[in-house]
Write a protein that binds this ligand. Sequence first.
Ligand SMILES: Nc1ncnc2c1ncn2[C@@H]1O[C@H](COP(=O)(O)OP(=O)(O)OP(=O)(O)O)[C@@H](O)[C@H]1O
Length: 308
Amino acid sequence: MAPIISISNLTKTYSNGFQALKGVSLDIERGEILALLGPNGAGKTTLISIVCGIANPSGGSVTVGGYDVVRDFRATRSLIGLVPQELTTDQFETVWNTVSFSRGLHGKRPNPEYIEKILRDLSLWEKKDNMLRQLSGGMKRRVLIAKALSHEPEILFLDEPTAGVDVTLRKDMWHVVERLRASGVTIILTTHYIEEAEEAADRVGVINGGELLLVEEKRALMAKLGRKQLILDLNEPIDAIPEPLNGNGLSLGPNGLTLIYDFDAQHEQSSIAALLSKLGAEGIHFKDLSTRQSSLEDIFVSLVEAGK
Ligand SMILES: Nc1ncnc2c1ncn2[C@@H]1O[C@H](COP(=O)(O)OP(=O)(O)OP(=O)(O)O)[C@@H](O)[C@H]1O
């Protein structure tokens, strides 16, 4: 199937000459959840703004549902729901009107049942007659999500959706995201919360300095770049790693009381058994053992560091 979003060699130079995107190419498949990770200023919002038709590209092209985002702006925009970082709506309008109006803006016929469902899903139903200015910050964020969903988009962009929101909203939001995904909606999110990407995304893209460093299946990425550590708590401290065991990815922890074995998560299963028997032969005994797998965060940090 053709990708729902196709980004080809996209560049963006702002009017002050700053080059925020330096040739990004990326295909996004229908129904997937893609997390875009990147440090502040990496170009995530710029990329999203171009796909949503809010900013113009300097070079390259983007199609959404087969339509060009510049030439066929209305067609592409109606396929997309965007949850921006900040609320820019009229503070004196009610929740109900704000969300209903947003649906109308996209040329959709009124559908009060649908609007009611979104407001209920986002725990906003009780507040439907309140003005936006009467809502808490977290509730305003919910309104942003409701607005983005008001015209039943096929694609949802979430730009830093959970920055500064409480646990309840985060949970509500992920329930909504799961339901949307189950109904076939494509979801692209940017986040600083790497654990969210780790939990929710099918694929992860890492962007830094206007360049897409990689895009990969989350599982494959973690298997490929992830390292594992086996940590052994020793019965007795040792001064040094015995000669026969040197150079095998072993290091000695604080006070000589732990041995740390670094290994590749995909291979080397058999080497652990060999290591343990060698330790036994050297008279080194342990009382406990645990493993630690590198997280997406470790991978992300090392990628961004390597790119500096
Ligand atoms: N209108 C503008 N004019 C000039 N430079 C801009 C403009 N908007 C953004 N930039 C610059 O482009 C770069 C990318 O910004 P962008 O907002 O896309 O980053 P981001 O990855 O979304 O960052 P954050 O995580 O902080 O939101 C930054 O260096 C920013 O200062």
